[in-house]
Design a protein around this ligand. Structure first.
Ligand code: SAM
Length: 351
C-alpha cells in the first residue's frame, strides 16, 4: 500500500473542527491523479456524518436516497469493495457520498454535464473553506435570489455559490428558470426563503465532502456529458481491471425532466444510453429510473441484464400521508441475491 503524498499541501486555517480535537488531515486542494485509485483511503475525520440519511449539501429532485441500501447490497454481493465508482449523472450525489462514507466502495468520481453542479462538487471537495466562508456572507432574500438567478458567472467558485444558493432557496431545489423562491415572491408562507439554508448543517455536510476528498476517497469531479465520462473510464483508468469498476447511472426523468434540470434527456438520449450500455459491458453498472413503460420496453429481452422493480414508501416534506414510489434498477451484475426489497422482472416483462 502506498501512502498519499500530502506533505506539500497547505493546511487551511479554519478547516478544523470536524471531530472536536481530532487531528485534522491536510485539506486536499486539487483532484487526485488517476493512479491514486490504487491507494487505500486514509481514515475519515468524521465517519458519524455518513450514518445520517441526509448527507448531501444539495437538495435534488429525484434523489435516490431510498435506493442506496439496495445498490450497496448488490455491489457487496458482486464486487466487494470496488476500487472505483463513477456517477455520471451525479446531481445531489447522495449515492456516491453514502457508499464512499460507508466504505462500500473505495474511491469515487462525480460527473455531471451541468456546469453549476460540477463547479459545486469540485469546490465543496477541494476548496471547501472558500465555499463555507462565502456561504456565510450571503444574504438570503428574494432580492438576492433574483440577483443569482440573473447572474451568469464564468468562474468555478461563483458557479458553485450560485448552485448552492439557488438549490437551497428555490422550490424543490430546482435550478431551472421556471421555479420560484421558497415561500413565494411575497414571502407570505410559513416557509420562508431561508428555511432550507441552515448554515450549521450545510457547513457540516460540505466539510463531509471535503473529508471524503482529503482522505483520498473522492478523487475527482468532472464537468462532462455521460458519453465523455464513460469514455474517460477506459482512457484514464487503464491500470484497473474492469471488474474493479462500478458505474451508477441515474439519468434525468423521462416525463418531467425539462421542468427540473437545466440539462434534460429527449427520448433519443434514453435510447442511446441503453444502446451504449448493451455494447460497453466491461465494467459493472447499475441504472435507476422511475418505473415507466417506455424504459421497461428499452431494457426488456436483454439476457445479460437484470431488471429489478423496487417499491418503497416515503413521506414528502410537509405531508402526513405516505406515498408509494416505484423504481426500476437495471444492472449487468450477475449475482442478484433474493430480497424483500425488490422483485426481479422476467426478461420479457414489459408491464
Ligand atoms: C435524476 S438527476 C440525478 C439525481 C442524483 N442521482 C441524486 O441523487 O441527486 C439527473 C442529473 O443528470 C444531469 N444530466 C442531464 N443530462 C446529462 C448528460 N447528457 N450527461 C451528464 N449528466 C446529465 C442533470 O444535470 C442532473 O443533475
Amino acid at each position: 500500500m502506498r501512502c498519499f503524498a500530502v506533505g506539500h499541501i497547505r493546511l487551511i486555517e479554519g478547516a478544523e473542527g470536524l471531530m472536536g480535537n481530532a487531528k485534522q488531515a491536510p485539506m486536499r486542494r486539487k483532484p487526485w491523479p488517476p493512479d491514486a485509485v490504487l491507494d487505500k483511503p486514509t481514515p475519515l475525520q468524521d465517519a458519524r456524518l455518513f450514518r445520517n440519511s441526509v448527507i448531501s449539501p444539495l437538495r435534488y429532485p429525484g434523489a435516490k436516497r431510498q435506493l442506496v441500501p439496495v445498490i450497496e447490497s448488490l455491489i457487496n454481493a458482486n464486487v466487494p469493495p470496488p476500487r472505483l465508482l463513477l456517477e455520471p449523472f451525479c446531481g445531489g450525489a447522495t449515492t456516491t457520498l453514502r457508499l464512499l462514507g460507508s466504505g462500500a466502495v473505495e474511491h469515487g468520481i462525480l460527473a455531471d454535464v451541468d456546469p453549476l453542479i460540477a463547479a459545486f462538487w469540485r469546490t465543496a471537495a477541494f476548496d471547501s473553506k472558500w465555499l463555507i466562508d462565502a456561504m456565510h456572507e450571503e444574504t438570503i432574500s428574494v432580492a438576492r435570489w433574483d440577483w443569482w438567478r440573473a447572474a451568469n458567472p464564468r468562474g468555478r467558485r461563483e458557479r458553485a455559490l450560485k448552485c448552492l444558493f439557488l438549490n437551497r432557496t428555490t422550490f424543490s431545489g430546482i435550478l431551472h428558470g421556471r421555479a420560484g423562491p421558497i415561500g413565494g415572491r411575497a414571502q407570505k408562507s410559513d416557509y420562508k426563503i431561508d428555511c432550507r439554508f441552515g448554515l450549521e448543517g450545510l457547513t457540516r455536510r460540505i466539510k463531509g465532502v471535503a473529508d471524503l476528498a482529503s482522505t483520498g476517497r473522492l478523487l475527482d469531479v468532472w464537468e462532462a456529458d455521460w458519453r465523455t465520462a464513460l469514455g474517460n473510464l477506459s482512457s484514464k483508468f487503464k491500470m484497473l481491471d474492469p471488474g474493479e469498476i462500478v458505474v451508477y447511472l441515474d439519468p434525468p426523468y423521462v416525463d418531467k425532466a425539462q421542468w427540473l434540470y437545466e440539462w434534460s434527456f429527449d427520448s433519443t438520449e434514453h435510447t442511446d444510453l441503453a444502446a451504449w450500455l448493451a455494447s460497453d459491458t466491461r465494467y459493472a453498472w447499475l441504472l435507476s429510473y422511475d418505473d415507466n413503460q417506455s424504459i421497461r420496453g428499452l431494457y426488456k429481452n436483454r439476457p445479460a441484464e437484470s431488471v429489478l422493480h423496487v417499491s418503497h414508501t416515503y413521506t414528502a416534506a410537509g405531508s402526513v400521508t405516505r406515498t408509494v414510489r416505484d423504481e426500476l434498477l437495471v444492472t449487468n451484475l450477475t449475482v442478484i441475491p433474493p430480497s424483500k426489497r425488490y422483485r426481479l422482472l422476467k426478461t420479457d416483462e414489459a408491464g
